[in-house]
Design a binder for this molecule. Structure first.
Ligand SMILES: Nc1ncnc2c1ncn2[C@@H]1O[C@H](COP(=O)(O)OP(=O)(O)OP(=O)(O)O)[C@@H](O)[C@H]1O
Length: 265
């Protein structure tokens, strides 16, 4: 956000610090996201990206710093309440319930965000929007990994978030599934700000206008996407890992569960 941007920021992070024993996973990270942001957070393995999402979603608490959403300080607010204030999250390992149908997964996600009579129509509309409309009555467990990812995303979107947190949505997807994902996210309503953690630079380039680079828990820089991805410090940060391509050599661990509740995993 620039000084000339008239819209207030949707999210303001200030001095976020989180330690796990002797490891400082995040060290004084600040960020301002304008409404309608399309922002990515990148960095080598262990840089603190997922920790940042945990802190914003409320599944972990910072040792220091503040988290303000739409002018409201949520630093001490639990994940369920943050979800009600408009934070939704999708996960590296899709947090869908395999024993339920595709439709019921979304109806469940819609529970506390839509009045009773609107839940099923809203769920059907959301499924159609992610291209799963004709699979509504299949069991979620029958879906491919890529489609479960889209279902997880639909579960987040049906909550009508003002801030959508995406944790490596392209991880483990085929090129075709990545294409579907990009289509869906490319059509995201302008009312939703997106904060994307992603190693796949193609996905970052396609979706994000701005990028923050984390390394060793610190924000190296925040810049327009092309500037950030070509910055020498960023290349060096990645060359410090086992890969010169941020999309490779990635540990795709699943973390967390629950699309709108942002519950801990
Ligand atoms: N629950 C935890 N207990 C102890 N250490 C943790 C915990 N969670 C994260 N860490 C450590 O904090 C640091 C940052 O981890 P984090 O998962 O946020 O990094 P990341 O950038 O998301 O990495 P990756 O790209 O591999 O997912 C790492 O050193 C990690 O080992």
């Amino acid at each position: 956000m620039t000084d000339r941007d008239p819209s207030p920021p949707v999210l303001v992070l200030d001095g976020l610090t989180r330690r796990y024993g002797s490891v400082t996973a995040l060290d004084g990270v600040g960020l301002r996201l304008p409404a309608r942001a399309r922002h990515a957070v990148i960095g080598p393995n262990g840089a603190g990206k997922t920790t940042l999402l945990h802190l914003i979603a409320g599944t972990e608490r910072p040792d220091r710093g503040t988290i303000v959403l739409g002018g409201r300080d949520l630093t001490r607010t639990g994940p369920a309440r943050r979800a009600r204030y408009g934070i939704a999250r999708s996960f590296q390992q899709p947090a869908v319930i395999g024993e339920l149908t595709v439709l019921d997964n979304i109806v469940l996600a819609a529970w506390s965000h839509h009045p009773r009579r609107d839940r099923v129509p809203a769920a059907r509309e959301q499924l159609a929007a992610v291209g799963l409309g004709d699979m509504a009555h299949r069991l979620a467990s029958e879906l491919s990994h890529g489609r479960r990812g889209l279902l997880d995303l639909a579960a987040a979107l049906v909550c009508r978030p003002r801030l959508l947190l995406l944790d490596e949505p392209a991880a483990g997807l085929t090129d075709r599934d990545i294409g579907r994902l990009l289509d869906v996210l490319g059509q995201l309503s302008g009312d939703v700000a997106m904060l994307l953690v992603e190693h796949h630079t193609g996905v970052v380039t396609h979706l994000a206008d701005t990028v923050t680079v984390l390394k060793d828990g610190k924000a190296l820089l925040t810049a327009p996407t092309d500037v950030a991805l070509n910055h020498p410090d960023v290349r060096e940060a990645y060359l410090g890992t086992a890969t010169d391509h941020p999309g490779r050599g990635v540990d795709h661990r699943g973390k967390g569960s629950g699309p709108c509740s942002a519950s801990a995993g």
